[in-house]
Design a protein around this ligand. Sequence first.
Ligand code: KG4
Ligand code: ZN
Length: 362
Amino acid sequence: MAQHPIILGIETSCDETAAAIVSADKRVLAHALWSQVDAHAVYGGVVPEIAARAHVDHLDHLIRQALSQADMQLCDMDAIAATAGPGLIGGVMVGVVTAKAMALGAGKPFIAVNHLEGHALSPRLTADIAFPYLLLLVSGGHCQLLVVKGVGRYHRLGSTIDDAAGEAFDKTAKLLGLGYPGGPAIELAARSGDPKRFSLPRPLTNKPGCNFSFSGLKTAVRRAAEALESEQGGVHDRDLCDLAASTQAAIGDCLINRTKHAIAQYLEDYAPKAPALVVAGGVAANETLRQRLTGLAQDHGLAFYAPPLWLCTDNGAMIAWAGMERFQIGQSDPLDSPARPRWPLDETAPPLYGHGQKGAKA
Ligand code: KG4
Ligand code: ZN
């Protein structure tokens, strides 16, 4: 029986150091991850310099751990993939240089993965989802609606004009003293809060198109907290939960409204045979959002997919899988390909050369 290709994936673009090994038949053979959250929590956000140093400290042993979990050696890999951007450049360089060195030493192809493509294709690791699908990509640094037409083929329908959805969660949580990362903290506090108590803005929701805006939210929450201070002398636990629930509802309403517009455009432009709505990125871990998107998809006759929670936030398996999708269509990258702090997904560059697999495309 033919052996399925196997790829090692490395992720170092933000505050998670991760290495994972996946096979072409969608088995996650190893998954090792070091979250730097504790190192950054005291600052209320990611400190790039601390992140880059921590990747240097942890990446090597995570790669060893992944190989040992899979009971494999470097020579068993068919390619080495790493996030080459977008992200904090110090961290991206650590992953890219490590992957290139391993690829060179082992004589294997190197695959430079766009981190956003990692999120975008991650749902296909755990479910069979046909192209084209509509993707709501919501993370700490990005908030976009895209039609995923194929590997490396993306049509952006809209994106945020200021903050990303995860950033809105993080900034609001910091303001309320709920901790970092903000998304899980707000979600937890919101469970016992009243989402209707505070009337927070939902920018752009009555406008056509699929763009997002979240920057006004933090200011509105700050004003509400200041009003409580002057009216009752402080923000009590009950208020915090209500503010968290109201924030989550406002962000959710914006995401749902914009996605509704995108569904109409996706159905009209693509008339897909198997219409599907997919959510990916760290904010996709939010249970309330997952439920609301499930309902929205049902209302419009779309299937709905969300990756398991561990695959929503940054991890190595999504990078290994995106590498696999590219490897399977004959793509790899030269060892002088750059680390890119900015790299829009709809500008995913065609490979400079293929590694000669059947079906290789320029
Ligand atoms: O994809 P990710 O791990 O890193 C980036 O590529 O940015 O996303 C991290 C973001 C953070 O802003 C975090 O607050 C948010 O995802 N997040 C959540 C939840 N879990 C993580 N937001 C809302 N609800 C959650 N449960
Ligand atoms: Zn991410």
